[in-house]
Design a protein around this ligand. Structure first.
Ligand SMILES: Cc1cc2nc3c(=O)[nH]c(=O)nc-3n(C[C@H](O)[C@H](O)[C@H](O)COP(=O)(O)O)c2cc1C
Length: 351
């Protein structure tokens, strides 16, 4: 029950709603004596903040994180780490029209059917704002990965049908869209502006690459590394598909093409995306998350109210045109959390 916690040894619980007092995460199982400051987490939150890229929401989420427990004199103590982010700049009145009608594409209908009560202001737990807590927890997870030389980098692979074909790592933090292809980023910005003018929204694809991950991480049956990574990414709002390595393209290959030949020191190709039988190979882990267009659009939409009566809805308030770029640091955070958990679990297996 609940479903607000992920991880076995490195366990992350997120709590809070978009328009409540605050939201945050409890990180339990973080090893002691790791250097950790609010500034470490703040840096990651800044990357997720609205206002990056074109077509971003005008909500000014200041996202100031506070560490309330689990850290003493700049080091983790091994006890639960409570991370709190206050909700500021909330304009709950923007959502008054949504009290009794359901937004198509959002969680309003399903939350109402599940709980019989819902916080209509900003989407409550189903709000993209919940992902600030994930990013904060991911920053803690990264502290476990970094000393082991494991890097997790996510970027925009596609936005509104425009693909990043080139790959310049220095571009990722430069163009506001986390896009590794500068020319493609310009096209993406233009597309975002067009769609914003139309009052519409668009989706995209995020790619995540993990370098330096040792072989052997992942459990053999239900907690396979690919299963846990897919679940972690799929648990982010708007993610409708996850691919690992060759992904859906593998279904169109022959075995002789798909199999990655083993060669001294590794593999000659990486269709497996760095995972075989649910266990990391030691090669690069490659994942992609397909994100649908953001549900809140300014165009009139058909819906029903709580009584089932037809209604027409035009959504006001502050909304992104696309979940990209803000979802990019969230994908990174989720992958960091899964890897940190499996690293700690692997310690129990190794001699
Ligand atoms: C970072 C982030 C920001 C989001 N911003 C918005 C938004 O401004 N408006 C909106 O309607 N949905 C937004 N969403 C999407 C909804 O949270 C999501 O579509 C909703 O929870 C329904 O879940 P589903 O799309 O997975 O079915 C955002 C999601 C993320 C991850």
């Amino acid at each position: 029950m609940g479903g607000n916690t992920m991880g076995v040894l490195f366990a992350v619980t997120t709590w809070g709603e978009s328009h409540g007092e605050a939201l945050g995460a409890v990180v339990d199982g973080c090893p002691p004596r790791l250097p950790l400051s609010e500034a470490d987490i703040q840096g990651e939150l800044e990357r997720r903040r609205p206002g990056k890229g074109s077509g971003a929401t005008s909500r000014k989420e200041t996202d100031r994180v506070r560490i309330l427990s689990g850290v003493f004199e700049g080091k983790t103590t091994g006890t639960p780490i409570l991370l709190v982010i206050e909700n500021r700049d909330v304009r709950s009145s923007d959502y008054e029209d949504l009290r009794d009608v359901f937004r198509p594409g959002h969680g309003d209908f399903t939350y109402d059917r599940k709980y019989g009560i819902r916080d209509h202001r900003g989407g409550g737990r189903a709000s993209g704002r919940e992902t600030a807590a994930r990013v904060a927890a991911g920053a803690v997870a990264r502290k476990i990965l970094e000393p082991r030389g494991i890097s997790v980098v996510a970027y925009t692979k596609e936005l509104g049908g425009i693909e990043a074909r080139g790959f310049d790592p220095s571009e990722i933090e430069r163009n506001g869209l986390f896009c590794p292809d500068g020319a493609a980023a310009l096209g993406m910005k233009k597309r975002l502006e067009e769609v914003k003018r139309e009052g519409n929204s668009i989706g995209g694809i995020v790619e995540v690459r993990v370098r330096g991950c040792p072989p052997g991480l992942g459990e053999p049956v239900f907690d396979k590394m690919d299963a846990d990574l897919a679940k972690a990414l799929m648990s982010i709002g708007t993610v409708k598909g996850v691919e690992i390595g060759a992904g859906f393209e593998a279904a169109r290959m022959t075995g002789s093409r798909c199999n990655d030949p083993l060669v001294p020191g590794g593999f000659a190709s990486n269709h497996a995306g760095g995972i075989l039988a649910g266990i990391t190979t030691g090669g690069e882990i490659v994942l992609r998350a397909a994100c649908k267009p953001i549900p809140s659009i300014e165009l009139p939409q058909k819906t029903v109210d709580r009584a089932g009566k037809p209604a027409e809805l035009t959504i006001r308030g502050r909304h992104d045109v696309s979940v990209i770029p803000r979802i990019v640091p969230v994908c990174e955070a989720m992958v960091c959390i899964v890897l940190a958990d499996h690293l700690l679990r692997q310690k129990a297996v190794e001699k």
